[in-house]
Design a binder for this molecule. Structure first.
Ligand code: HEC
Ligand code: HEC
Ligand code: HEC
Ligand code: HEC
Ligand code: HEC
Length: 236
């Protein structure tokens, strides 16, 4: 019992230590405490990016580039990746784009970073606290949860901001209701379609594709109604 309430990762939490010192830490108290933590305090976080920034509305929206052209490991790795300058230079090497499409001065910071063999210091937007030791990013994408569900309508964002709270309640809400969120692996990056599709589903439409239906059924029976809810799954 005490092992369950005081697993090792909690040592990193000063607040937990403080409460633990005052007296018994009951699950009930813990419950009130975590449900009482603010749900939305980081929503909207939008740091200023280096240079002229990177515009998803232009690249992923207007030019229609797939997310995986740049975020190459979202299906394979525990952590998503930000592309290197090399990926940008595939198009932004001087003279590659036809004159009328070349953003010229606006990509000077990209060319300079490349020439100096440096990476662009993009500022991180989505970041879970270290004590959330296990968030297998790829497993979510592979189970057919769209980028849209966790990052919002990136295709319409000139500057990326945090769209969802990333709170514990938010994780658990989805794990308890996977049927509201699975669109299937073949659709995960089709964000415009996904937004419309999930809005219809929220209004009650039974619109899951056969691919999505199969996954929903298998998750419901295999992963305790669709996703882990035991503390150790996410805190390790
Ligand atoms: C041409 C390359 C490119 C494409 C295509 C692209 N991205 Fe990005 N993405 C970037 C770069 C560069 C950054 C870092 C700068 C920034 O945050 O704006 C980034 C940042 C992000 C972030 C924020 C990461 C953080 O710091 O938390 C998310 C989320 C994201 N992209 C999702 C997507 C999604 C979803 C798509 C497809 C709809 C997509 N991206 C398409 C290059 C790309
Ligand atoms: C597949 C080709 C391609 C790749 C890869 C690409 N871009 Fe672009 N980018 C374009 C095109 C085309 C435009 C001009 C779009 C327009 O204005 O019509 C552009 C425009 C831009 C602009 C100017 C935006 C503005 O406000 O007008 C910046 C800055 C930029 N890209 C940065 C990057 C960075 C950083 C990367 C790598 C993460 C990258 N691009 C990767 C094709 C690409
Ligand atoms: C189930 C929710 C979820 C889904 C689905 C999801 N992400 Fe994420 N993503 C996150 C969270 C949470 C983080 C922060 C992870 C951390 O701090 O360890 C993140 C981080 C990122 C980052 C930042 C990586 C870095 O090192 O700065 C990028 C880029 C990204 N996601 C892109 C995508 C793309 C593209 C898709 C769709 C193919 C996608 N994500 C699908 C929740 C999700
Ligand atoms: C929009 C839906 C959604 C959100 C939000 C979400 N998850 Fe999940 N998560 C899933 C689904 C679906 C699975 C089942 C994947 C599988 O088993 O293939 C899963 C599985 C997992 C697993 C278990 C993987 C395994 O080994 O079986 C962990 C750990 C996890 N999620 C952590 C998190 C954390 C931490 C957050 C919040 C930061 C989060 N998830 C947010 C849908 C979601
Ligand atoms: C699905 C993943 C997931 C599961 C399961 C989970 N947590 Fe969390 N937990 C999180 C995330 C994500 C955060 C960070 C929330 C934030 O940054 O606001 C968090 C935060 C916390 C915090 C810190 C709260 C704060 O305000 O700083 C405590 C304590 C905690 N969890 C305890 C637990 C306990 C006890 C359990 C089991 C009953 C549990 N968690 C199960 C994902 C999870």
């Amino acid at each position: 019992m005490s092992n369950m309430l005081f697993p090792r990762w909690m040592n990193a939490l000063p607040t937990v230590a403080a409460i633990g010192a005052v007296g018994g830490l009951t699950t009930a108290a813990l419950g009130t405490w975590y449900w009482a933590t603010p749900e939305f305090w980081e929503v909207g976080y939008m740091p200023t990016q280096p240079g002229t920034g990177f515009n998803h509305q232009i690249h992923a929206g207007r030019l229609g580039m797939d997310c995986r052209y740049c975020h190459t490991n979202v299906e394979d790795s525990h952590w998503a990746n930000i592309p290197t300058v090399n990926t940008c230079m595939g198009c932004h090497t001087e003279g590659k784009l036809a004159q009328q499409f070349d953003p010229g001065e606006k990509v000077a910071f990209v060319r300079e970073a490349y020439a100096a063999d440096q990476s662009i210091p993009w500022r991180r937007i989505h970041k879970l606290p270290d004590y959330v030791g296990n968030f297998p990013h790829h497993m979510h994408v592979d189970a057919g949860v769209s980028c849209y569900s966790c990052h919002g309508q990136i295709r319409g964002m000139p500057v990326v901001y945090q769209d969802q709270s990333l709170s514990m309640g938010w994780c658990l809400d989805c794990h308890r209701n996977v049927e509201d969120n699975i669109v299937g692996p073949s659709k995960v990056t089709d964000l415009v379609w996904v937004e419309e599709h999930l809005k219809e589903r929220a209004r009650g439409a039974d619109n899951a594709t056969p691919e999505a239906k199969r996954i929903i059924e298998s998750l419901k029976s295999s992963v305790a109604e669709g996703g882990p809810q035991n503390c150790g799954a996410c805190h390790q």
